[in-house]
Design a protein around this ligand. Structure first.
Ligand SMILES: O=C(O)CCC(=O)C(=O)O
Ligand SMILES: [Fe+2]
Length: 330
């Protein structure tokens, strides 16, 4: 497996991924509705847009704010301190990275710093920032995000993956075990002093798809910038404007959590669900004066979980290795 098709999609974006976003928004799903209605709404959004926003999801806003507070305190420290507190460990997929994540779509590093927390046994042994309440806030949000991701996966499993036994997707995502691959990534997009001096082609996050099954993205009101790609499958009948041909804004919604489908679940669902390209645009002159913070929870199946699809079966561990190799192949 030298190169995966998913990576080729990102590479070809160099020339096509630069369009402006329109004014539409992604579907909002109310988790207070009956389960069959929620499942139907998620299925439609996940197969046509690949992105949706959950409201009434049950995660306390204070818990989310606590994690953002921890993230802000961590990133406010000097770079050397952050590197010393949480050194990047490639083998563990954990730690601090500063303007280091190069996207195949751009060949350039994202304009961000991030702290990756991997929920696998031993992955954080040397990497928790020693800040008051940091670990507690991060692990609490991890646990809540994991539970919500499992609920989403379980609701859509019979519709999206009718070929797997009930409960397969939930069982495939364990936390803190030897094979766990779920991660929480705290992200900081720093202010930019002279936005006009940043060469063209740079993004806060270059166009990409996520590798996992589902991503839960926590955003803060007033800190926009996330956009998802125009989608050939979208119908205007869904009430979202993704059919209009332009990139779609995925702005923060009060009390909402953004969810998107990743590549693993697209495979697992035999391409029924769409892992859509997305990016974080560079800030406007006014936005550039301020930081943007986000926290992503990537529900990524365990290394030994078998992703069964018509194309071919592989474990999630093999899949991730394939993505890493493909990503770095020139
Ligand atoms: O920060 C964001 O809004 C999106 C980040 C993202 O897409 C990612 O880290 O995969
Ligand atoms: Fe992403």
């Amino acid at each position: 497996m030298d190169s995966l098709a998913e990576v080729e999609v990102e590479r070809t974006l160099k020339s096509t991924g630069q369009g402006e976003a329109g004014s539409g928004s992604v579907p909002v799903i109310d988790m207070n509705a009956a389960d069959d209605l929620i499942a139907e709404g998620i299925m439609r959004a996940a197969s046509e847009v690949g992105f949706f926003t959950l409201v009434n999801h049950g995660i306390d806003s204070a818990e989310i704010e606590r994690a953002f507070g921890a993230s802000m305190r961590f990133f406010a420290q000097p770079k050397e301190v952050k590197e010393a507190q949480a050194p990047w460990q490639r083998d563990k997929n954990s730690g601090y990275e500063h303007f280091a994540q190069v996207r195949p779509s751009t060949g350039l590093a994202d304009q961000k710093e991030s702290l990756q927390i991997t929920a696998r046994e031993g992955a954080m042994a040397s990497g928790w920032p020693p800040l008051d309440g940091f670990e507690a806030a991060a692990t609490a949000l991890l646990a809540r995000a994991h539970a919500l991701a499992l609920r989403v996966l379980s609701l859509i499993e019979p519709l999206a993956c009718p070929h797997v036994p009930a409960g397969t997707l939930a069982r495939a995502h364990t936390m803190w075990g030897a094979n766990g691959q779920c991660t929480l990534r705290m992200i900081h997009y720093p202010p930019i002093d002279a936005p006009e001096s940043v060469p063209a082609g740079h993004w806060r996050a270059g166009p990409h798809t996520d590798w996992c099954c589902v991503t839960l993205l926590f955003q803060r009101l007033g800190e926009a910038g996330l956009e998802c790609a125009p989608n050939p499958r979208a119908q205007t009948a869904t009430g979202c404007a993704a059919g209009g041909g332009g990139w779609l804004r995925v702005d923060p919604v009060p009390g909402g959590i953004c969810v998107n489908i990743g590549d693993m679940l697209m495979r697992w669902s035999n391409q029924t669900l769409l892992s859509n390209l997305h990016r974080v645009r560079m800030p406007t002159a006014d936005e550039a004066k301020r930081s943007r913070y986000s926290i992503a929870f990537f529900a990524q199946a365990d290394k030994d979980a078998l992703i069964q699809s018509d194309e071919h079966n592989m474990t999630a561990g093999e899949y991730i290795l394939g993505r890493i190799r493909s990503n770095f192949a020139q």
